[in-house]
Write a protein that binds this ligand. Structure first.
Ligand code: DAK
Length: 258
């Protein structure tokens, strides 16, 4: 029997949907699953047919965190030599936009993974949180930084110090979630949003993503420099010529990602 894939991948039009596939352990993010996810995202980045990605954990859960059983007895040196930081940063470095469809728990590394995505669609019943404190550690894949930027320092501090969960409606109210849906509509809504993005010129989408990301990761001066560089660069693309000509000729633009 072939081994079960830990990340399922399917494509409809220009949208790839990646589904974490360890439902029996609430998609606990084992090193093997993270490796498959990195490979699947790299394949999306390399495939011209893919213009936007939906990342989901399926209809019941997003991910309940890194696999506790895989790290319970690890030493600091083992944790270091597993090169997790480098591996996880490859997820965040994906060039194409990722829409997360969070249909249940997004906890610990699961919440951090959702926050590495660019847009978050959540079911009303979903729950977010960084419960690492309850097992004697703190977030290690960006939770203290990205949650703080998303929610502000006081709310993030309370969640990280208590390990409490944040309901999807609260997360939506505080700007961590873009859209709230009934549970069964979460994945289709993420796919709809991804298709909308996929209709836009792909290179402009990727360079816009890079520039918006820079706002959270660099100074205003550096961010402005990245924005300007990308702005000028787009005048060298066929899609910029097509987009502007189509506007002037009052027709729909046909973008080719060139
Ligand atoms: N790891 C391993 N197994 C897990 C798991 C996890 N994080 N979460 C759930 N499971 C497993 C359970 O052990 C159980 O397996 P069996 O006992 O059936 O074999 C199965 O999933 C179902 O879970 P429960 O029976 O517990 O289900 P409940 O509905 O009662 O509770 C729950 C759901 C989500 C409240 C509960 O499972 C829970 O509290 N899970 C743990 C949540 C958690 O503490 N998450 C944070 C883990 S630490 C880093 C990158 C990432 C990280 C750190 C560093 N670097 C790049 C350096 C991330 C760290 C973490 O995420």
């Amino acid at each position: 029997m072939p081994e079960e894939r830990l990340v399922l991948s399917e494509r409809a039009g220009h949208v790839a949907t990646l589904t974490l596939n360890r439902p029996q352990v609430l998609n606990a993010l084992s090193p093997a699953l993270i490796d498959e996810l990195i490979a699947a995202l790299a394949a999306c980045d390399a495939d011209d047919e893919v213009r936007a990605i939906v990342l989901t954990g399926g209809p019941r859960v997003f991910a309940a965190g890194a696999d506790i059983k895989a790290m319970a007895e690890a030493s600091p040196v083992e944790m270091l030599t597993r090169r997790n930081i480098e591996r996880w940063s490859r997820i965040a470095a994906t060039r194409k936009p990722i829409v997360a469809a969070v249909c249940g728990y997004a906890l610990g590394g699961g919440c951090e993974l959702a926050m590495m995505c660019d847009v978050i669609v959540a079911a009303e019943t979903a729950q977010f949180g960084q419960p690492e404190i309850n097992i004697g550690i703190i977030p290690g894949a960006g939770g203290t930084q990205r949650l703080t930027r998303a929610l502000g320092p006081y709310r993030a501090m309370e969640l990280i110090l208590t390990g409490a969960m944040l309901s999807a409606p609260e997360a939506h109210q505080h700007g961590l979630v873009n859209r709230l849906t009934p549970p069964e509509a979460c994945i289709p809504e993420a796919q709809r949003l991804a298709s909308l993005i996929a209709e836009r010129p792909p290179l402009a989408v990727q360079l816009a993503k890079e520039a918006v990301r820079a706002a959270a990761e660099t100074t205003l001066r550096e961010g402005m420099a990245i924005e300007l560089r990308n702005f000028y660069l787009l005048f060298d693309t066929a899609d910029q010529k097509e987009g502007m000509r189509a506007f002037i000729e009052k027709r729909k633009a046909e973008f080719r990602g060139r």
